[in-house]
Design a protein around this ligand. Structure first.
Ligand code: FES
Length: 258
């Protein structure tokens, strides 16, 4: 029986309400809780990094034998289960030998409460126009956006910022919601995992800073810019908070489109 549990080398097994990430590597079985400390990802559906199981949702790692977190986060641990092999059968004691311990991780700055401080109206311009920035071309939608932002600042006395998506490096939405609703987090899973991803400044402007959002886009083949859709898909995490947590992150704002 134990032999049949060697391949695949990492799997999730469930008995009653207990789910376990069972691993087999270098001739040894390991059994730890299947439930990741972060937001509950299924460790048994992950992959190995050495002797660590990597969570398939956001890459947190736990030692496959002890449940300890990766170096530097050892105290962030999931329960370990005792096991033994007798007469070729694998027995797992479903009373864990260690308890779950969650470390407090420093929250991402975007996760702070949304609170509008006193002050003048704030206008965010977002250009989604795609151009070759070394050899720019004239864009009517960009020009209109610049005029609108300038008008808001000089005539209406608003605070303004202008963000050009073309200048930012950011990843495509990778569909965490399609793994599981809870796998799509606020702040965005990508923003939290990838410090080089620059869409954080758009989230900051849309969720925390701006009162008025003006989005400009080129129109080609009857559709908005590819950068517009790339950004819009990354807004899934904001929308999903309503579904997952009944939490509305964007409200009492005005949006317009050029
Ligand atoms: S890393 Fe496991 S749920 Fe996020």
């Amino acid at each position: 029986m134990a032999g049949r549990l060697k391949d695949p080398p990492l799997r999730e097994i469930a008995i009653g309400h207990t789910t376990i990430a069972l691993s087999y590597k270098d001739g040894k079985f390991g059994a730890i809780s299947n439930i990741c400390n972060h937001v509950g990802g299924p460790l048994g559906r992950g992959r190995f990094d050495g002797d660590y199981v990597v969570c398939p949702w956001h890459n947190w790692k736990f030692h496959r034998m002890t449940g300890f977190g990766e170096p530097g986060f050892e105290d962030d641990r999931v329960p370990q289960y005792e096991l033994k092999i007798e007469n070729g059968n694998l027995y797992i004691n479903f009373q864990p030998v260690t308890e779950r311990n969650k470390l407090q991780h420093a929250p991402h700055r975007l996760s702070r409460p949304v609170k509008r401080e006193e002050g003048p109206i704030r206008v965010v311009g977002i250009s989604t126009t795609a151009t070759d920035s070394k050899n720019p071309r004239y864009s009517t939608s960009d020009k209109l956006l610049e005029i609108a932002i300038e008008h808001a600042r000089t005539v209406l006395g608003a605070q303004t910022i202008l963000i050009r998506l073309n200048d930012l490096k950011f990843r495509n939405c990778e569909g965490y919601y399609s793994k599981a609703a809870r796998a799509c987090t606020w702040p965005c899973s990508i923003t939290q995992m990838d410090k080089t991803d620059e869409l954080d400044r758009v989230y900051e402007a849309l969720v925390h800073w701006g009162d008025v959002i003006i989005v400009s886009t080129q129109i080609r083949w009857g559709a908005a810019s590819s950068l517009y859709y790339k950004m819009a898909e990354r807004m899934n995490c904001i929308q999903n908070q309503i579904t997952i947590s009944d939490r509305v992150l964007i409200q009492n704002k005005v949006a317009s489109f050029i």
